[in-house]
Design a protein around this ligand. Structure first.
Ligand SMILES: Cc1ncc(COP(=O)(O)O)c(C=O)c1O
Length: 410
């Protein structure tokens, strides 16, 4: 019997179908995967045991007797942590636990955006934010970045230009503490300047702090959410990078009139109970020891990646040494098309994120790429970069076989 044809029944405007998962590539430099060696398996096991024995019977209710905002001990931990690290004074009732910060993005977009709206966004930014906005038919205006992130003068100009066209953007989306993909950390002074501009133009700031725990050295600057005097900031964060992405736990901090709107849109019956309970139990005893250990391991991997790139690509690969995170944003010579490089490399087991998928300026990003160094071990990083250099040389003549690479090796 012929299979039933669902094609005419599909809703209009669906995204293209997802590719079937065939396992990870050998040299996996894509996405936001974490370091398997740093997953605190023993402490997580102990946390799961302890919390289930103590509170397992609350699984009989939706929301574990904590209400729809999420498991209360987790929100209490978050409120204390954000106060200590980011200067945010909020109560557990100002926090909504989400299924990853991806759901945070969806909920913020859900209460603010309609087709035809405009948002301001860092020119190089998180690909997942860009695809969401394009699916929502929202226009994105990219604002240039430097080593400290979003440039205030460029932001002001973009706002003035939009105002001249009668357009008020719905928000300014920024990843201020360890930017994705550049890794930049915005200074406190820069944050103050940007807040002032946003407030002068009457535009909200949407702050995404996905990576803010992974800072190599020193204290991070206060969050926008902590600095605003007009309550024009929405803040999201995640445990994906500080502990593990498979937990799928993120959070939103927002004023009650907005949080209650997002809560009404979160129609999933609550985020996973076990994820929240285990995380809360683990975090209370171990978060503050775990994160510096993880950061140290990540920093060491970054050094291996930077050394390998210098050795294999010489001066052809340009990058800044990021102050935290799991990514390196790399510029290759203009002749390289990283979309094509990505396709050819993937067929040979090297996965990378081509720059155009991480930028509003596709032409400028054509020769740029993002490599995630968290997941592969040191030897795999070295071998993967060697393989990538070989492929890039074959396809684009970069790196040159002579001067720069040999000079870098000697
Ligand atoms: C800037 C940024 N925001 C949000 C996310 C979503 O992460 P998750 O849903 O795992 O918290 C990512 C993932 O890489 C990201 O880079």
């Amino acid at each position: 019997m012929a299979a039933f044809d669902f094609t005419p029944f599909l809703a209009p405007d669906l995204p293209p179908p997802a590719a079937r998962f065939n396992g990870f590539p050998r040299y996996n430099f894509v996405g936001g995967h974490n370091d398997p060696a740093q997953i605190p398996v023993d402490a997580l096991t102990a946390a799961a045991n302890a919390v289930l024995r103590r509170e397992g019977r609350t699984l009989a209710t939706y929301g574990m007797e904590s209400g729809p905002l999420g498991y209360r001990p987790l929100r209490e931990f978050l409120a204390a942590k954000m106060k200590r690290h980011a200067g945010i004074a909020c109560s557990p009732d100002d926090i909504l636990v989400t299924n990853g910060s991806l759901q945070g993005l969806d909920l913020v977009n859900g209460i603010l955006l309609a087709p035809g709206d405009t948002v301001l966004i860092e020119r190089d930014t998180y690909g997942g934010a860009l695809t969401r906005l394009s699916r929502l038919k929202v226009k994105t205006v990219g604002v240039p970045l430097d080593k400290e992130g979003l440039i205030p003068e460029a932001l002001d100009k973009a706002l003035v230009d939009l105002a001249a066209q009668g357009v008020k953007p719905k928000y300014i989306y920024t990843i201020p503490t360890v930017q994705n993909p550049t890794g930049a950390i915005m200074s406190e002074a820069r944050r103050a300047a940007i807040l002032k501009i946003a407030e002068a133009h009457g535009v909200p700031i949407f702050e995404d702090e996905c990576y803010s725990d992974l800072v190599w050295a020193g204290a991070r600057p206060p969050a926008f959410y902590a600095m605003t005097k007009t309550d024009n900031v929405i803040h999201i964060g995640s445990f994906s990078k500080s502990i593990a992405p498979a937990f799928r736990i993120g959070y939103i901090v927002a004023r009650p009139d907005l949080l209650s709107r997002m809560q009404a849109l979160k129609t999933d019956g609550g985020s996973g109970a076990l994820d929240q309970m285990v995380l809360a139990e683990f975090c209370q005893g171990h978060f503050h020891d775990h994160v510096p250990k993880l950061s140290k391991a990540l920093r060491a991997k970054l050094e291996t990646l930077m050394e390998s790139l210098s050795e294999r690509f010489g001066t052809a690969a340009e990058f800044d040494d990021p102050p935290g995170g799991i990514f390196l944003w790399i510029k290759l010579p203009d002749v390289v098309d990283t979309v094509r490089l990505g396709q050819v490399a993937l067929a040979e087991g090297v996965a990378l994120n081509p720059g155009p998928e991480w930028s509003t300026d596709k032409a400028r990003a054509k020769c740029r790429l993002r490599l995630c160094f968290a997941n592969p071990d040191h030897d795999t990083i070295r071998a993967g970069v060697a393989k990538l250099a070989e492929i890039c040389q074959r396809e684009f003549g970069v790196p040159l076989r002579s001067a720069n690479v040999e000079a870098a090796r000697s």
